[in-house]
Design a protein around this ligand. Structure first.
Ligand code: DC
Length: 196
């Protein structure tokens, strides 16, 4: 069975947590596509060459989850040639038998416009900055809020595959939801589509 769940949203919206939970619940494979951009950025050198030659070792680095890697990823992600080099891998992943969940910024709009389920997960910048700040314990809340706003602007304003909801995406604002509540909402959407 081919069944793709596309989950997009800004940094620290909760999309990764939701994606992992949905994958575990329904037995789907999960790809955090942000890791691809993070790995390209951390590989150093020419980002287009890095994207074309990305391998499993690059994705296994233990520094990919840092704030610095996220910031650097957002910068290389504006380059159309970097994005193009990563498309085929993501589409193949999405089509694997048994179902797949991909989370990122352009999954429902560019990578898998035919996905069976599309979710757009958001939360206010203040809520996301608070979560990031609690999670990392570095810098001040104001600094983290500034970083969140800068990253949002870069991801939303780029010309190629900007962050935006697909027209048929289900919007899920997690600002006032617990993780369990957000996952439950996502689960309902997936279960309803599977039952069709
Ligand atoms: O989801 P994340 O924070 O790991 O993503 C890091 C950066 O990678 C994000 O700011 C923009 C880029 N990205 C992207 O452009 N497209 C994706 N599908 C996933 C991430």
């Amino acid at each position: 069975m081919e069944f793709t769940v596309a989950i997009d949203g800004p940094a620290a919206s909760g999309k990764g947590t939701i994606a992992r939970a949905i994958a575990a619940e329904f037995g789907f494979a999960h790809l955090d596509t942000g890791l691809l951009y993070r790995a390209v950025a951390m590989k150093g050198g020419d980002p287009v060459g890095a994207a074309k030659s990305l391998n499993a070792d690059d994705l296994a680095r233990d520094d990919l989850r840092s704030l610095a890697a996220g910031e650097a990823a957002s910068r290389v992600a504006v380059l159309p040639e970097v994005r193009a080099a990563l498309v085929a891998f993501q589409r193949e992943f999405a089509q694997r038998a048994g179902g797949a969940v991909l989370d990122g910024r352009d999954i429902g709009t560019v990578i898998c416009p035919e996905a069976e389920v599309k979710l757009f997960v958001t939360a206010s910048p203040e809520t996301r900055a608070e979560r990031r700040w609690q999670e990392t314990g570095t810098g001040s809340y104001e600094e983290v809020l500034e970083q969140v706003r800068t990253r949002d602007a870069r991801d939303m304003d780029r010309a190629d595959a900007p962050l935006r909801p697909a027209e048929d995406a289900v919007l899920l604002d997690t600002s006032d939801l617990s993780i369990d509540e957000a996952v439950a909402r996502a689960r309902e959407v997936v279960a309803a589509r599977l039952a069709r």
